[in-house]
Write a protein that binds this ligand. Structure first.
Ligand code: ZN
Length: 582
């Protein structure tokens, strides 16, 4: 929970958006809204609007928008809590600073500072005489000085308390060191000692440039070879990717995803500044979403061993789900990118990268491995699935080549296979056509969110969700209708989340307004929602509200049915058919 809702309500009421904005932008009235020159992008005609009735701003040029807190965050470059403090001061209000949110945020700030200081400490240690062995190890691995500096390599000395002592001198408490995962508490005597000892240290940095954890590698062959920081308040392994802070600035049109951070660092050194690595966990949905914000194409370069190949197979659908194009890079003669680069150099790797154009071959082989093709029944099933897979390749030559290959594997003629593929291809086309027609029925195609990560999976449902939100924002009393609508039935997570937050506020008798949701929504989400709210909603009635609820619930059921035949959905469908009298 963030600042107390009642406090935020008062803060927003006492800082009318039109007053706050006019301190930065000169506004003129046009209809119910105010217009001015956008302070966020250069322009000569006014496309920046403020809607006093809704207490939001929105720019039709650069599509920035939000409530008063967002505006201050953006224009004063402040964090959310600081923008709240800024506005509280403006209105002469006392900020309830002892809230859980503040203390958590303050704790995070302390831990970021602590990890930053720890990184500086490790770095100093590397260049002392005692750090010579670590320097040697780094050199032996082929890393040059430029890389050492760029990635902030360091050395954790061979001591139980060198870091503890240094950090205590800087004013950090033992508890903070525990919270940051830098030290370990002995179960026997309760004393704490340095987690990282006699290791070459690599700081893990988040997208905002904060050090959030460390990877430590041994200098010799002892074990464990790698030791990473544990999960902490600031280090969430599922939501971060190593080196994305650098890779997000790449000019390449792809990101290379590796298994280990050493691979990513090696790639950067050899000029592939688009490399990132997951942090010792299997690829997560969160990481896939994160990647899809920065690129359209991900190249997987996992290790060549069994575990790496399994990880590749698991990662492909997770990445594809976000709309990313996935390629798989196969390395012969080396187990990982790091070794490959050292053995064969950057040019050969570049070649591999270009050859990785698509994952067609890889997927066909993976499919093949699932079947015992000496058995007739398995061969039939393989052919069916292979035909479907090959039919999904967009390129005719590819369909030809891989169709032939699948035919060879299963021991049938290429012609017979071609027939199968063509049938599957036609089924696919007709499915696609139906889907397109369905989408075109609504004028919504052009209304997809600007931010890729927010795009709607189900446009029909999303349009109903948008309309429903516009209605409750104008007439919160509609919430009083008992409609059994649940946030998880929304097809768009951000619209569902907003619905839930507004409903919660309604139930607590608080203002139902977008302008008070800045702690629930990211700035990107807020921008999208202000755009949604800008659209006019001609129908505000209980009947229309019920219609939209029905559409959302219908689509939710449909989705469940088209996926695995979900038992609950099946039961509901049967119930619906029977009707209430049934
Ligand atoms: Zn603008």
């Amino acid at each position: 929970m963030a600042f107390p809702p009642a406090f935020m309500d008062e803060l927003v009421t006492r800082n009318p958006i039109e007053d706050v904005v006019s301190q930065y932008v000169s506004l003129t009235k046009k209809g119910g809204n105010l217009f001015g020159l956008c302070p966020f992008h250069g322009e000569k005609t006014a496309s920046f609007s403020v809607a006093p009735e809704k207490q939001i701003y929105y720019c039709f040029g650069c599509h920035k928008g939000g409530g008063v807190v967002n505006f201050i965050m953006e224009i004063e470059s402040l964090s959310y809590p600081d923008a709240v403090r800024f506005l509280a001061k403006r209105a002469g209000m006392e900020v309830p600073e002892d809230g859980a949110y503040q203390s958590r945020y303050r704790q995070q700030e302390r831990l970021w500072a602590l990890c930053g200081d720890a990184a500086r400490f490790f770095r100093q240690q590397l260049f002392l005489p005692t750090g010579r062995a670590a320097q040697q190890a780094i050199l032996q691995r082929g890393f040059v000085r430029k890389t050492v500096n760029r990635f902030g390599f360091g050395y954790a000395p061979n001591s139980w308390d060198a870091l503890i002592t240094a950090m205590q001198e800087k004013g950090y408490t033992k508890q903070e060191m525990l919270d940051a995962g830098l030290v370990i508490k002995s179960e026997k005597n309760g004393r704490i000692y340095d987690r990282f000892r006699n290791r070459w240290m690599v700081p893990i940095i988040d997208l905002r440039g904060n050090v959030i954890g460390f990877g430590g590698r041994v200098l010799d062959d002892s074990t464990p070879k790698y030791l990473n920081s544990p999960e902490t308040v600031i280090f969430n392994k599922r939501r971060n990717l190593f080196a994305l802070n650098f890779a997000k600035k790449t000019k390449q049109e792809m990101l290379i995803l590796c298994e280990g951070y050493m691979d990513a660092i090696a790639l950067h050194q050899y000029g592939f500044d688009c490399a990132v690595a997951s942090l010792g966990t299997a690829l997560t949905d969160e990481q896939a979403n994160l990647l899809s914000k920065y690129t359209n194409c991900v190249v997987l370069t996992y290790d060549g061993d069994e575990a790496g190949q399994n990880a590749t197979r698991r990662a492909i659908p997770i990445l594809e789900k976000t709309g990313l194009q996935v390629r798989v890079l196969r390395m012969e003669g080396a187990k990982d990118p790091d070794e490959y680069l050292r053995k064969f150099g950057a040019d050969r790797f570049e070649l591999l990268l270009r050859q990785s154009e698509n994952q067609a071959e890889y997927r066909l082989q993976s499919l093949q491995r699932k079947f015992d093709l000496s058995q007739d029944d398995q061969r039939v099933e393989f052919l069916k699935q292979a035909a479907n897979l090959v039919a999904s390749f967009p390129n005719a030559v590819e369909r030809e080549v891989y169709g032939t290959r699948a035919a060879e594997a299963a021991g049938i003629t290429a012609e017979a296979m071609k027939l199968e593929v063509n049938k599957a291809y036609k089924r696919r086309l007709s499915r696609q056509k139906k889907e397109e027609q369905r989408v075109q029925l609504s004028p919504a195609v052009a209304q997809q969110p600007k931010v890729r990560a927010l795009r709607y999976d189900n446009v029909r449902s999303a349009m109903a969700e948008e309309a429903l939100l516009r209605m409750v924002l104008r007439e919160p009393a509609l919430f009083a209708q008992n409609n059994n609508l649940r946030a998880e039935q929304f097809s768009s997570p951000v619209l569902g989340k907003t619905y839930q937050a507004l409903l919660d506020r309604y139930r607590q008798h608080l203002t139902v307004s977008l302008a008070v949701l800045e702690d629930v929504l990211t700035p990107e989400e807020m921008t999208h929602l202000t755009a949604v709210v800008q659209k006019e909603e001609p129908l505000v009635s209980e009947a229309a509200f019920a219609d939209y609820c029905n559409i959302i619930q219908d689509e939710f059921r449909r989705k469940n049915l088209s996926g695995s035949e979900d038992l609950l959905a099946m039961r509901n469908r049967l119930k619906d058919k029977k009707g209430y009298g049934g």
